[in-house]
Every structure is written in C-alpha cells, then in structure tokens.
Design a protein around this ligand. Structure first.
Ligand code: BGP
Length: 466
C-alpha cells in the first residue's frame, strides 16, 4: 500500500502515549518502606547490572510528567510496585507511604489532563511471597493479589480508568521467574508447575476484573500479551502446524481472559502432557465472570518457527526470550530484535479476528544506543523510522481493516533500564537520561529528535508522520 493511498487520521479520542514500568524507572527501591521484589534478586542473581535509582522517577515524577505534557502525551502507562503497597506482598496493613506516592503521581497526571494507564503487576512478584509460597505455583497467591487490587481500586479508583492485570502474562512460560516468581525444585515437573501458576494468575486476573467492575463502574480492565505472530519458516505443513501451535502457547492466556474459558485444545494438550491443574469448585465460573474489556499487547517483532531442527538451531540473537528462528526477510536491531512493521498489522488483525474486543497497543519501540552530540542534541532517525513504520502499519489496520484500536503507548517516553539485559544503554526513550551502564551520570533529561517528531504525530492525530 503506497503512502498516497494511506488514510492517516485516527478516530477522535484515540489515546497517544508512552509506557513504563515501576522497577525500570522509579529507583529508590529501599525507601519509604518498600519491600524487595523479584527484580532485586533477578538481575543481581544473574550477575547483571541494574542501576538503582534507575531513571529516578520516584524523585523526579513531577518533572517527568511535566515533560510528558510538553510532549503532548495524553496517556502514560505506569505500573504500581506491589511491594510499595504491601512490602511483603500480604502485610496486615498497606503501606501509607506507597499509597501516597502513587496518589501524587496520578494527581500530577490529571493536572495535565494525562490519562494514567496502570499495570497492576509488571513482573513484580514480591520476594517475600516467593519465599513463602514459591511464587505463583501456590494458589494462596490469588488472595494476596486480590487484596492488593482491592487497596488499589479503593485508593485510586477515582483517578485511574484503564487497568491492566498482569504485564505480558504469557511470559510466564518463557521466563517463569520473571513472570511468576517460579523457582523449580530438582525433579519438579516444570510444565505442571508453569501451567498451575498460569491457572492461578488467570484466576487472580479474573477476580481482579470482576472486583474492578464492582468497585469502579466505568473502569476499563484489560489483559496484556507479549504479542507477535509466529510465521512458518516455509509453507511445509509441518512448519505451518508448528506456527499454529506456537501461537497457541501464547494465546492460551488471552483465550481464557477474553473468552472466560480455556480453549478445548488446551485441556486436551495438558491431558496428553500429563499436566493436572488444581481445579477447585467455582474456578470455571470465576474465569467466566472475569472477562476483560479490551486486549492490550506489546509488539516488538513477529516470530518465526520451523519444524526442522537444523533451521531451528539458528535462533535469532537477542529476542530469543521467546524462541524465534531468524527470519531472513527482516532486518534486526543492534540487540538482534527483528524489525517487522507489517507484522504489527497482521498481529492486530489476528487478535481482533480471534477475540472481537477492542485492542490497545501498550508497548512498541526500538532499543538503541544513542550519541549525545557536542551541542547536547541527540539525533535518532533510526527510532523515528521504526516508530513511523509501525504507526503506519497501525493506521492501515485501523483505517483499511477496520480494527477497533483504543490507543498506542510506545515503550519508554524516557530512557529506562532494559528488562532483559539490565542495561541503560539499550535506550527506548524520546527523552534522554544522562545515566550510563556503569552508574555514572547526572540523571539530567534532554529531548531527542524523536521527542519533537512524536509530538507532531500526536498533535496531528497520526496525520503528520514526516
Ligand atoms: C517487554 C517488557 C518491558 C520492556 C520491554 C523492552 O517485554 O514488558 O518491561 O522492558 O519488553 O524490553 P527490553 O527492556 O528487554 O529491551
């Protein structure tokens, strides 16, 4: 489709914003009663660098939200750190300082007419609950999570309309510690543990959705998928079948959250694999009563799969977190994440065909090394190019395919710590943060070229992408 034929405008009220997560931005992990989270041990345990105070949002949120307003964002996606609210995940009383912090953040957003979009759990299982219960492998996590949600809804219900239950819920299968705080004991049936944990998160999510609707009429609650269609490496039926099965691994979660029941194939598959879920009376009703209002997802790339073991051995560098064969038709980022804007249109269509619920792109962006010029300017045409092409694909999905899309919040209004590598130099932001991998830097903020470009895109509601 040539640009001449492209309809650039989006519906009025389309949400333009940018997304972050608590641990990757806030810093100040040991203040105001905050408890330890999965992150504190995750990157440290792997010997990775994780700078505290990250990009120091905890102390600089007023400046960052003011910059977001100047940027023209009408929404900011943030997550709440469970351990700021309940330091041990299930304390007798919530931590007043944590509640006060997020209240100020949301009030500050409202002051500028910015809609906060809140992720309740962004890879943020409290360490105390991992020690106590083994993370989400234990069913008691559900009650702890619902209680945490209750506190959030009671305190922030008047300030927040859009809620997401679990970030990239399907990552539980690919990064079980990050997604669900799972540590496997020797001899444990890994598949069984993962699917039981998935069952618990899905029940917790469904209960949260129901509670949100009861407590906050008008609230919109979504699920969140790490998306990206699987392409078969060839048209060999075995490759196509493997592509379908790989997609199903991820859609399994959204099938449950959007339709309120597990798909038939999933129960059969678990039966064949000897996986037994700990079903309890009422579980099926819980899933059915807690379906989400919209489907949100992150999209960085499509994936590719082959049934041929030799080809499968050639994994893509970098985005092997979710296993993918290198797609020879695509270029890659510096970190090896393959770049596929049309894949976004394909993914949007697939998700809508499957669920017929409004969609929301809540993460998309390019992690890249930026250079600060002598005069302080930062030229990032690569980021603009990535975003432009993905926004074009999104416009096509909306205007040419009729996909109902609520909004687009790209990943990182500002530079933040990378989730998969713990680095600062893998930058997604349109605002540069002077903080380096070795922890040095003033934390000062400065605008990159992409800042001005995205501002124009938002002001024109997607019409001006030059
Ligand atoms: C998603 C996560 C984010 C984020 C992003 C980019 O999977 O939800 O937390 O960081 O990926 O990944 P990375 O930071 O590893 O480049």
């Amino acid at each position: 489709m040539s640009l001449l034929n492209r309809v650039q405008q989006l519906p009025k009220g389309f949400v333009w914003g940018a997304a972050t997560a608590a641990y990757q931005t806030e810093g100040s992990t040991k203040v105001a009663g905050k408890g330890k989270t999965m992150w504190d041990d995750y990157l440290v345990a792997q010997g990775r660098f994780l700078p505290d105070p990250a990009s120091d949002f905890y102390n600089r949120y007023e400046e960052d939200i003011r910059l977001s307003a100047e940027h023209g964002l009408n929404a900011i996606r943030v997550s709440i750190a469970w351990t700021r609210i309940f330091p041990n995940g299930d304390d007798a009383q919530p931590n007043a300082a944590g509640i006060a912090f997020y209240r100020s953040v949301f009030e500050e957003c409202r002051k500028y007419g910015i809609e906060p979009l809140v992720t309740i759990c962004h890879f943020d299982t409290p360490i105390a609950l991992i020690k106590k219960y083994g993370g989400w492998k234990d069913r008691r996590m559900i009650d702890a999570f619902v209680r945490y949600c209750e506190v959030l809804f009671d305190n922030f219900g008047g300030l927040v309309k859009y809620w997401l239950t679990f970030n990239e819920i399907n990552m539980l299968l690919h990064m079980p510690f990050m997604g669900a705080g799972l540590v496997f004991e020797p001899g444990e049936d890994v598949q069984q543990v993962k699917y039981r944990a998935a069952h618990h998160e899905l029940l917790a999510s469904a209960r949260a959705v129901k509670l949100a609707h009861e407590k906050m009429p008008g609230a919109m609650v979504g699920c969140m998928l790490a998306a990206g269609q699987y392409y078969p490496y060839s048209c060999a039926p075995e490759d196509v079948y493997k592509g379908m099965e790989s997609d199903r691994d991820n859609y399994f979660f959204i099938d449950a959250q959007a339709r309120g029941a597990y798909p038939v194939w999933a129960e059969k598959r678990m039966e064949r694999a000897g996986v037994q879920l700990d079903w309890e009376p009422g579980d099926r009703e819980t899933l059915a009563e807690g379906t989400v209002d919209f489907i949100s997802f992150s999209y960085y790339s499509s994936r590719c799969v082959s049934a041929d073991p030799v080809i499968s051995a050639k994994h893509a560098r970098g985005n092997a977190v979710i296993s993918s064969v290198v797609n020879p038709h695509l270029a890659s980022s510096e970190w090896g994440w393959q770049i596929d804007p049309l894949g976004l249109r394909i993914t949007l269509n697939t998700l809508y065909d499957r669920y017929q619920k409004p969609l929301f792109i809540v993460e998309n962006g390019l992690g890249a090394n930026d250079t600060v010029e002598a005069d302080g300017s930062i030229h990032d045409p690569y980021r603009i190019d990535y975003m432009r092409k993905h926004i074009e694909a999104m416009l096509d999905a909306v205007n040419l395919d009729g996909i109902p899309l609520l909004g687009y919040t790209c990943w990182g209004p500002i530079d933040i710590v990378s989730a998969s590598t713990g680095e600062m130099k893998k930058r997604y932001g349109m605002i540069y943060v002077d903080k380096q991998n070795d922890g040095t830097g003033t934390l000062a903020r400065s605008r990159k070229d992409s800042f001005y470009w995205y501002k124009k895109v938002i002001a024109s509601n997607g019409e001006d992408l030059d």
